[in-house]
Design a protein around this ligand. Structure first.
Ligand code: BES
Ligand code: ZN
Ligand code: ZN
Length: 484
C-alpha cells in the first residue's frame, strides 16, 4: 500500500473513492457532503460503521472522536468494507486531535492493519485491492499541519503496521508449515533484510548451554527445538532492552493432552515469539537509538514415547529443579531457560517477556486484554501506558506472597503448576520470576498475551486469526524509551 501526502484539497485529488470520517455523529461538518443520502441509508455514524455510496464514489465511516484509538479502528473498518471490491485508490482528508500528527499515524496503521488478509491456504484469493492512499493535509478543524511531521508519522505507521502483519503471517501459518526450524529461518531472513544480527542455537548448543528444560518440552516432537537471538546494536546506544518470546509452534498439551476443542488454535502458541520477531523488524527499520535484543524459544510440545512426563523433575539452566505435574504448563518451562540464557548473554535496563502463557489470563481479563506482571509497579505502568497509547489493551495484575507459596514443591525447588485452582495467570508469572535474576528483578515485566493474540471473532483493527498483539505496544514503549 502506497501513501502520498498532499497539500491540495481532496476535491482536487484523483482517486477511485473518497473516504470521509463522520466524527462524533457530526453530520453538519463541511466534509460530510451527503447528509440526506446518509440519513436515507440509515447510517448513524456510530464508531466503525460504514456506508458506501457507490454512485457518489464516497465511503463514510463513523468515529466517535478524533482520538487515535477511534481513528485507527474506523480506518481499519473502512478498509475491511472494501475487501472484495474493485477500488484501487482512495483519497482522504486529515483528522487530528488538536493538530497532533500522531492521529495520522493511527489512521495509517488502521488502513494497513484493516486491509490485512491471510490467504496462503485459499485457492481463490480475495485480497484487498487498495494500492494507493492519498492523504490531503486539509485538516478537519482547519489546522495547519506540518507536512514533514505528517510524513514522518506515515513512515512510522507503515513500519509498525507492516511489522504487525509480518507477525500475523508467522502466527497464522500452520504447525505443519511453521515449526522451530522454519521460525528460525524466518527470523534469519528478516534479519538479513533489515540489517540485524541473528544467531540460532540448535540442540547441540542448547545442551551445551544446559537448557535441558526447554529441550525436554520439545523432546517428543519430530521437529528439533531452536533458540533465536536477534540483535539491534546501534552505536552510542543509551539503553539496552531485552525481549523474550514464547514460540511454541504447537502446543498439544503433551502427555497432559489438551481436550480436542482447546487444541484448535494452538498454532497461535508461538505468538509471543512471533511478536518478538516483528518488534525486532520494526526496531531495525525505525533504527531506534537503543540496543535491543530479541530471544525466542521455538519448540513444539507433542506426545510420544520420548515425551517428558508429569512426575519428572527437570533442571533449569540456572540450576533450579522443577517438579512437572502438568506437561501443558510448558511455556513457562521454555521461558525459564530462555530467560536465563538471555540474562547471561545481555545485561539490560529492561527485560520483557511475551507469551500466550495461560488460559487463566483470558478468564481474568478477557479476550481483548494482555495481563502485565512484575515486581516493579513503574515498569508495569510503562507497559500498560504504552499499550493504551498504541491501541492495545493491557492491565496490571499484582503478585502476592500467598500465591507464590502455591507453586512450592514437596520434592523439588518449585512446581510447574499451582496447587490451587484460581490465580493461574499470576502463579505462572511468579514461576517465571524464579528465573529472573536479582539484577533484573525490578527491570522485568511479563506480558501474558493469551487473550488478544488470536482472534476468533474479528474486532477493532483485527480480522480473524492472529492480531500481532504486543508488537505495537512494545514498539511504542521502545520509542518512548529512546526519547528519554
Ligand atoms: N498455551 C497455553 C495457554 C493458552 C490457553 C493460550 C488458551 C491461549 C489460549 C498454555 O501452555 C497452557 O496450556 N496453559 C495451561 C496451564 C495449566 C496446565 C496450569 C492452561 O492455561 O490451562
Ligand atoms: Zn500448554
Ligand atoms: Zn502453551
Amino acid at each position: 500500500m502506497n501513501f502520498e501526502l498532499s497539500i491540495v484539497k481532496t476535491n482536487d485529488i484523483e482517486a477511485d473513492l473518497e473516504l470521509i470520517f463522520v466524527i462524533g455523529n457530526n453530520f453538519k461538518h463541511r466534509f460530510v457532503a451527503d447528509k440526506k443520502l446518509l440519513k436515507k441509508a440509515g447510517f448513524s455514524g456510530e464508531q466503525d460503521t460504514t456506508c458506501l455510496l457507490v454512485g457518489k464514489n464516497r465511503l463514510y465511516v463513523g468515529a466517535m472522536s478524533l482520538q487515535s484509538t477511534a481513528l485507527r479502528t474506523a480506518a481499519a473498518s473502512a478498509l475491511k468494507t472494501l475487501i472484495g471490491k474493485k477500488y484501487k485508490s482512495i483519497k482522504v482528508a486529515t483528522y487530528t486531535n488538536e493538530g497532533c500528527t500522531y492521529s495520522i499515524r493511527a489512521m495509517v496503521e488502521g488502513f494497513i492493519l484493516g486491509a490485512y488478509r491471510f490467504e496462503t491456504y485459499k485457492s481463490k484469493k480475495n485480497e484487498n485491492k487498495i494500492k494507493y492512499i492519498s492523504i490531503s493535509l486539509d485538516e478537519y478543524d482547519n489546522r495547519d499541519i506540518d507536512i514533514e511531521k505528517a510524513s514522518l508519522q506515515v513512515h512510522k505507521a507503515q513500519i509498525i503496521a507492516d511489522a504487525t502483519n509480518f507477525t500475523r503471517d508467522i502466527v497464522n501459518t500452520t504447525p505443519e508449515d511453521c515449526y522451530p526450524k522454519v521460525m528460525a529461518s524466518i527470523a534469519k531472513g528478516m534479519a538479513a533484510d533489515v540489517g540485524l544480527t541473528c544467531k540460532v542455537l540448535k540442540p547441540k548448543e542448547l545442551r551445551k548451554e544446559k537448557m535441558e528444560t526447554l529441550l525436554a518440552v520439545g523432546r517428543a516432537s519430530r521437529h528439533r527445538s531452536r533458540v533465536i537471538h536477534l540483535t539491534h546494536k546501534p552505536k552510542n546506544a543509551k539503553l539496552t532492552v531485552t525481549l523474550v518470546g514464547k514460540g511454541l509452534t504447537y502446543d498439544s498439551g503433551g502427555l497432559s493432552l489438551k481436550p480436542g476443542l482447546s487444541m484448535v488454535t494452538m498454532k497461535s502458541d508461538k505468538s509471543g515469539g512471533s511478536a518478538v520477531i516483528g518488534i525486532m523488524k520494526a526496531v531495525a527499520e525505525l533504527d531506534l537509538p537503543i540496543e535491543v535484543h530479541g530471544f525466542v524459544g521455538a519448540v513444539e510440545n507433542m506426545i510420544g514415547g520420548d515425551a517428558y512426563k508429569p512426575d519428572d523433575v527437570l533442571v533449569a539452566k540456572n540450576g533450579k529443579t522443577i517438579e512437572i505435574r502438568n506437561t501443558d504448563a510448558e511455556g513457562r518451562l521454555v521461558l525459564a531457560d530462555v530467560l536465563c540464557y538471555a540474562q547471561q548473554e545481555v545485561k539490560s535496563n529492561y527485560l520483557f517477556d511475551f507469551a500466550t502463557l495461560t488460559g487463566a489470563s483470558v478468564v481474568a481479563v478477557g479476550n481483548y486484554t494482555s495481563s502485565i506482571m512484575g515486581h516493579n509497579k513503574k515498569v508495569q505502568k510503562l507497559v500498560v501506558d504504552a499499550a493504551h497509547n498504541a491501541g492495545e489493551f493491557a492491565t496490571a495484575l499484582d503478585f502476592n506472597p500467598y500465591l507464590r507459596k502455591t507453586i512450592n514443591s514437596q520434592i523439588a525447588d518449585i512446581c510447574n503448576i499451582s496447587n490451587v485452582r484460581y490465580g493461574g495467570a499470576i502463579t505462572a508469572g511468579l514461576f517465571l520470576s524464579e528465573f529472573v535474576n536479582k539484577k533484573h528483578k525490578e527491570k522485568w515485566a511479563h506480558i501474558d498475551i493469551a487473550g488478544p493474540a488470536f482472534i476468533e471473532h474479528a474486532w477493532g483493527e483485527n480480522p480473524y486469526g492472529s492480531s500481532g498483539a504486543g508488537v505495537r505496544l512494545m514498539v511504542k514503549l521502545l520509542e518512548d524509551l529512546s526519547k528519554k
